[in-house]
Write a protein that binds this ligand. Structure first.
Ligand SMILES: Nc1ncnc2c1ncn2[C@@H]1O[C@H](COP(=O)(O)OP(=O)(O)OP(=O)(O)O)[C@@H](O)[C@H]1O
Ligand SMILES: [Mg+2]
Length: 396
């Protein structure tokens, strides 16, 4: 009889422990997070033992080591409260050894539970991302090389879902999500940014699969000819090398780097050439606007006297974030209208408030008129054309 293969169940236990750890970290309870990471490390070691291939075994053991190191660091934090505040917790000034850079990088990890379904519309964009990482992840037939893109650039107007897409990519892959704001990298860690970038990719490899999200990507690469300091050049060349994957050639680690920007034309050509996959995230079309409106009105349990198709027409030219603001403003106005006595209840104190149930009514034309007056679209049609023109120009 063949031995029973337990590896799937061990891996499931590993994932559950990781999830518990992430939740504890989010709640700011370092000791609990440390314990859960230690458990996860234990399961990862068992899982390593079940691998027949020596290199896979080694890779999994390294992952277990990294998890144990993380548990150790969390345990050494002065108090549970130290976790609160997340990424600001570790001060760059204290960094000296490589270990310190790595612990700063750990502060960039964010847990994400964004799913593809939480993003309205953008079907082509979602397909493009899925196709790209599908190729990168799937097993290739022996002797066949298929090059796959691991660096994506998401560009488009503000508030169109770029950050959401990156988070969904990580969430869907169960990948470690590093959320890096490039302007922080340059200012907060200035002078140490190259070391931080190297540490970022080292840690990402250990915790692979990983998604490294670099927001405001254009701030990394001032256009040629502008006054660029030596330090900035070094940062750029370090990142270029990491994006090329020079150090990781031949390894199975999956690290996806996603850059995001509102102003792609500021990115210099050397950097741009590393992002073979450039994905335009446009303002939502009718189908997307309908999905977003339904998400923020109907799925939240509200009724509306203004029909969804009418709202779809009126939100032409609005980004997803602006549509969300319109809905929120209309809902707030409705609750104020439907609860004229609420302020008096507030004055009577907490107990009175707990006994009071908010009254809701269907959203009225007036609620929406007020919302449309207060939220204006940020992107004008000329800007929108500029993205399309830029893409045409660089792909020609
Ligand atoms: N397609 C969408 N579906 C659902 N919600 C959306 C969509 N687009 C935007 N939103 C809402 O707008 C918010 C902002 O989106 P997001 O942060 O992804 O925009 P962004 O493209 O990263 O913007 P920026 O360029 O300003 O960083 C989201 O948190 C979400 O609530
Ligand atoms: Mg964003």
């Amino acid at each position: 009889m063949a031995p029973v293969d337990l590896s799937a169940s061990i891996y499931a236990q590993y994932k559950r422990a990781r999830k518990r750890a992430a939740e504890a970290e989010r709640r700011g309870v370092a000791s609990e997070a440390a314990a859960a990471y230690r458990q996860a490390a234990g399961f990862m070691r068992q899982y390593a033992g079940s691998a027949r291939d020596a290199s896979v075994r080694q890779q999994r053991n390294q992952r277990a080591d990294a998890l144990e190191a993380l548990a150790q660091r969390l345990q050494n934090l002065p108090a549970d409260a130290a976790l609160v505040g997340g990424r600001d917790r570790v001060q760059p000034a204290e960094a000296t050894g490589e270990d310190d850079y790595e612990s700063q990088v750990l502060g960039l990890i964010q847990s994400t539970d964004v799913k593809w379904d939480d993003i309205g519309g953008l079907d082509d964009t979602k397909q493009a991302i899925k196709a790209a990482y599908g190729l990168a992840l799937a097993r290739k037939p022996a002797g066949i090389e298929i090059s796959s893109w691991r660096n994506f650039l998401l560009f488009g107007p503000p508030g169109t879902g770029k950050t959401l897409l990156a988070a969904a990519t990580a969430g869907n892959l169960d990948a470690t999500f590093f959320n890096v704001k490039v302007s922080d990298l340059l200012s907060k860690y200035f002078g140490e940014s190259t070391k931080l970038i190297s540490a970022l990719y080292t840690v990402a490899k250990r915790l692979s699969p990983a998604v490294i999200f670099m927001d405001e990507f254009e701030s990394l690469t001032p256009p040629r000819g502008s006054s660029e300091s030596g330090a900035e050049r070094r940062i750029v060349s370090t990142l270029l090398a990491e994006l090329d994957g020079l150090k990781g050639k031949g390894s199975d680690d999956l690290i996806i780097t996603i850059g995001a920007t509102n102003v792609p034309w500021l990115i210099d050509s050397a950097m741009l050439s590393r992002f073979q996959k450039r994905i335009y995230v446009p303002l939502p079309d009718e189908v997307a606007r309908q999905a977003i409106l339904e998400m923020f009105i109907l799925k939240r349990g509200h009724k509306t006297q203004v029909s969804i198709p009418e709202l779809v027409r009126r939100t032409a030219g609005y980004a997803g974030r602006e549509i969300e603001q319109i809905c929120q403003t209309a809902i707030t106005h409705m609750t104020q209208r439907a609860n004229p006595g609420l302020m008096a209840v507030v004055d009577r104190g907490q107990d009175a408030l707990r006994d009071y149930e908010i009254r809701v009514e269907p959203l009225s034309p007036k609620d929406f008129d007020i919302a449309f007056e207060s939220v204006q679209p940020m992107t004008d049609p000329a800007d929108e054309r500029r993205y399309a023109d830029w893409l045409k120009q660089i792909e020609s």
